[in-house]
Design a binder for this molecule. Structure first.
Ligand code: SF4
Length: 374
């Protein structure tokens, strides 16, 4: 049975992971840049969904759609797709393919159609699946997040308990690549409950991957600022190849940080920057502007923090975007004053600030119209 995977840049790592899971079940996901094939699979985020909606609706074959947007808006997506996978796909996609192949009419847990949704009956055990197989990707070491940042889809998609892939399983996948890059909501939380660090586990992982060049704490394995301790940075400096540390700061206003439930303060960000610099690492800090309710005073504090960070490191700036399935889904971003855009433009010209703070869609777009991960 031919199964096509619609090649979407934003979903390349999802393709690597699902292709490995489907391979175990006897299905080969064949990549394509169009809607060809008897069965075609899509992974949608909220940026590429409007662009791909009509393609899915008009596809000649059976369409299966998953990803963060489809999971959050499954009723809406089921209006134009045949099947919607809600949440994780490693077990659900092969189950659904089995049902289509055998003509079974039973409902599949974790799948929505126009006729309704059958709630999922499992949580994926990462060790039950390889990180990737023929299609190489990043090493996904953890899933789920106990934090509840109001703008973020991760805990809504993967749950609020951290699950980790075992070191043996990670090493088995890492043996097929030279550079080890990781996917995790907080790299320094590897092996922990996401609240209390287990740096012994992080070190054990590093030791085990001694044949790989390790990139840790940079995209796509950023960390939280309050986890940037001297001990953690010592480990990163000792075992990894990178000389950068990437973490989320998000706002310079403690009022906004509290409103978005970040669970850290501005001071945590300032301390993390100092610690990174004193370890000889370049701090790269994600910041967001335009949060709903962000006052002129809040924005001023964020600009002040951005200026402070860019004296020593870099800032990656985003304009707030309400994502479906999050507590801020129906909120309205605050428009930026021209004066702020001028400041950001000037910092960007000096190379100390990157990102997109005027048109949120552009941060997901590359010149070919494909999207980056959100
Ligand atoms: S932004 Fe990071 S820390 Fe916050 S909920 Fe999302 S994954 Fe967790």
């Amino acid at each position: 049975m031919q199964v096509t995977w619609r090649d979407i840049r934003a979903a390349r790592n999802t393709y690597a992971a699902l292709s490995a899971a489907c391979e175990v079940a006897g299905y080969d996901l064949v990549p394509s840049d169009s809607s060809t094939g008897g069965i075609i699979c899509y992974s949608l985020n909220s940026i590429n969904e409007p662009r791909l909606r009509s393609e899915i609706r008009d596809a000649p074959g059976i369409t299966i759609v998953g990803g963060p947007h489809a999971s959050a808006c499954y009723r809406e997506v089921a209006e134009y797709a045949d099947y919607v996978i809600v949440g994780e796909g490693e077990r659900t996609l092969p189950r659904l393919l089995d049902a289509i192949r055998t003509g079974s009419s039973g409902r599949i847990p974790g799948v929505a159609t126009k006729d309704g949704y059958t709630p999922v009956d499992h949580t994926v055990l990462l060790d039950a699946y390889p990180c990737f197989s023929r299609i190489k990707g990043y090493l996904e070491i953890s899933r789920g997040c106990p934090h509840a940042c109001a703008y973020c889809q991760t805990p809504r998609l993967f749950g609020n308990r951290m699950r980790h892939r075992g070191i043996d399983a990670i090493a088995a996948s890492a043996a097929h690549i030279s550079d080890a890059r990781f996917v995790t909501p907080n790299a320094l939380a590897y092996g922990s409950d996401g609240r209390r660090p287990r740096l012994d586990k992080v070190e054990a992982l590093f030791r085990r991957l001694k044949k790989n060049r390790i990139w840790f704490g940079t995209f796509p394995s950023e960390v939280r600022p309050e986890w940037v301790t001297d001990e953690a940075l010592d480990l990163i400096c000792t075992y990894t190849a990178g000389r950068k540390i990437h973490f989320g700061g998000q706002s310079g206003s403690d009022r906004i940080l509290s409103m978005i439930r970040r669970g850290h303060t501005r001071s945590d960000v300032e301390v993390a920057v100092d610690r990174a610099v004193s370890h000889g690492l370049l701090p790269i800090v994600d910041m967001i502007v335009g949060f709903p309710g962000e006052s002129e005073e809040d924005l001023g504090m964020t600009i002040d923090l951005i200026r402070q960070i860019t004296r020593y490191g870099k800032v990656h700036l985003h304009y707030f975007m309400p994502l479906p399935g999050t507590p801020l889904a129906s909120s309205t971003p605050v428009q930026l004053p021209a004066s702020a855009e001028k400041i950001f433009g000037s910092l960007a010209l000096s190379g100390r600030l990157t990102g997109y703070w005027t048109e949120p869609e552009r941060r997901f777009l590359n010149p070919t119209g494909d999207t980056e991960e959100i």
